[in-house]
Design a binder for this molecule. Structure first.
Ligand code: TRP
Length: 469
């Protein structure tokens, strides 16, 4: 068998996996989702899910990927054809997430230029300017396509050369700027109310939807439940410590999300922006904050949006890579053909998603494409994908094989192996099932129920035709 291409170094792998995890999910999605779901209690539930479910599933994905040395679909298929659908579901998730992620990536890219061309000159207009921009039918499409082209260029070049380099350079920069924003925001009068909103749990705000949103956020932010970390793990060398890698990536991702929250909420409360301001949050709060900082403001804002774009890129290339690896490994495409054909489909989905923000394009149960893609993946496919992976690992794979893989044949100490195994085999599948059922039921009150049910039906159909996939 041909030796599989490997990551250049340990730090290279961590940076790439953390690069996949840290992205728009942390900096754009986490703050506004926390805002929409009442703040503190949501954040606490999210953290509990990250520690118990997120970390365990990340370890499982790394282990399954490395043991099979195959990307998502192949890893399941090589064990049991009946499980192929779990991998294929991941590929579908990849398409759907890439059906809206580049839209937001395009906004980030556009803001790099908007900052340079004087966005900060008139702080009062920053909010209106954002709404005007994203609801414009044409302009965001140009930026989305530019953003998607950047992805194509990186992924065509293959794994270690492209993805690894991008991650190493700009992640620390992003972290640094977020700290500056957070410190600056915390110094504003009235900022503490933001910290309170974010960290003081008010459990009266918790219901099935909030819990499912927290679960979805944990999966989305950690890049789990669609085979992304299986694919990355498949390129990982047999010598690496999987437990440590999973712990580091989980910790890095979660600290960036929390830091982004601390950067956003105090400033928002100080400026009187409502926590439920929605997807525009970072695009309004960050420029407004920097606009008040004098000459240095635009410089920091520029660095922020460059870093945000790069963080988004290192995430979206990992999504694209899942789809591409599937087409190369299973459908025998060349890398070039795989990248171009999948990016074309993603561009079409993104056009629908982008138009839907301005109220244009087709709707399903009153929901536009952007929200449909988000709902299906974030609320259903990722969590159920994670649940299926756990059932696969816990009930289909052998405990001894898992032990050998995760401990590198006993050479790595992992005292909590038994706890991890019990979580994967019993606790996580049951928890996800309960959270999903309650969330979908609650979804019928808010209008998202029917779409989520469609998601479940799609999974059932995939399971039914699995052997043909
Ligand atoms: N985690 C990334 C973010 O936070 C997005 C992402 C990349 C992702 N790969 C994924 C989400 C796989 C779910 C599954 O921006």
């Amino acid at each position: 068998m041909q030796k599989r291409e490997n990551w250049g170094s340990k730090i290279g792998f961590i940076m790439a996996a953390a690069g996949s995890a840290v992205g728009l999910g942390n900096i754009w999605k986490f703050p506004f989702t926390a805002g929409d779901n009442g703040g503190g209690a949501f954040v606490l539930i999210y953290l509990v899910f990250v520690v118990f479910i997120g970390f365990s599933i990340m370890l499982t994905e790394f282990g399954v990927g490395r043991s099979k040395e195959l990307a998502a679909v192949g890893a399941f298929k090589s064990v049991d054809r009946r499980w192929t659908f779990t991998g294929v579901l991941g590929v579908l998730s990849g398409f759907l997430i890439m059906g809206f992620y580049p839209v937001v990536g395009g906004w980030a890219l556009a803001y790099v230029f908007k900052v340079v061309t004087g966005l900060l000159n008139n702080p009062a207009l920053i909010g209106d300017s954002f709404n005007g921009f994203i609801t414009n039918p044409g302009l965001p499409l140009i930026w989305m396509v530019l953003y998607l082209i950047l992805n194509v260029v990186i992924v065509v070049k293959g794994i270690s050369s492209g993805i690894e380099k991008a991650g190493k350079i700009l992640m620390p920069l992003l972290f640094g700027i977020l700290i500056i924003i957070a410190v600056r925001g915390l110094m504003l009068p009235g900022a503490m109310a933001g910290m309170e909103f974010l960290f003081k749990p008010d459990f009266s705000k918790v219901n099935g939807s909030v819990i499912l949103a927290a679960l979805g956020q944990a999966f989305f932010s950690l890049s789990l439940g669609m085979g992304c970390m299986i694919t990355y793990g498949s390129y990982l060398s047999k010598k690496q410590n999987l437990v440590q890698n999973a712990a580091i990536v989980t910790a890095m991702d979660t600290s960036v999300a929390l830091l982004a929250g601390i950067a956003m909420f105090p400033a928002m409360f100080a400026f009187g922006i409502a926590p439920t301001a929605g997807p525009g949050l970072v695009f309004v709060v960050v420029p407004t904050l920097f606009a008040e900082m004098g000459a240095l403001g635009p410089v920091f804002a520029l660095l922020f949006f460059i870093a945000l774009t790069v963080a988004a890129l290192t995430s979206s290339v990992s999504l694209l890579e899942v789809v591409v690896a599937f087409l190369i490994d299973e459908k025998k495409f060349t890398r070039k053909k795989a990248v171009f054909s999948s990016a074309t489909i993603m561009a079409l989905l993104c056009i629908l998603a982008s138009l839907s923000i301005g109220g244009l394009g087709p709707k399903l149960f009153g929901t536009g494409a952007f929200d449909i893609f988000d709902l299906l993946t974030d609320k259903i496919f990722l969590a159920i994908g994670g649940m299926l992976l756990c059932i696969f690992a816990g009930w289909r794979l052998k405990k001894k094989d898992l032990y050998d893989e995760i401990t590198n044949n006993g050479t790595v100490k992992f005292g909590l192996f038994g706890v991890w195994y019990a979580l994967v085999k019993y606790v996580i599948p049951v928890t996800i099932a309960i959270v999903a059922i309650n969330g979908v039921r609650e979804g019928f009150a808010s209008g998202s129920g029917p779409i989520m049910v469609i998601g479940l039906v799609i999974i059932a159909i995939f399971a039914g035709i699995s052997k043909k996939l």
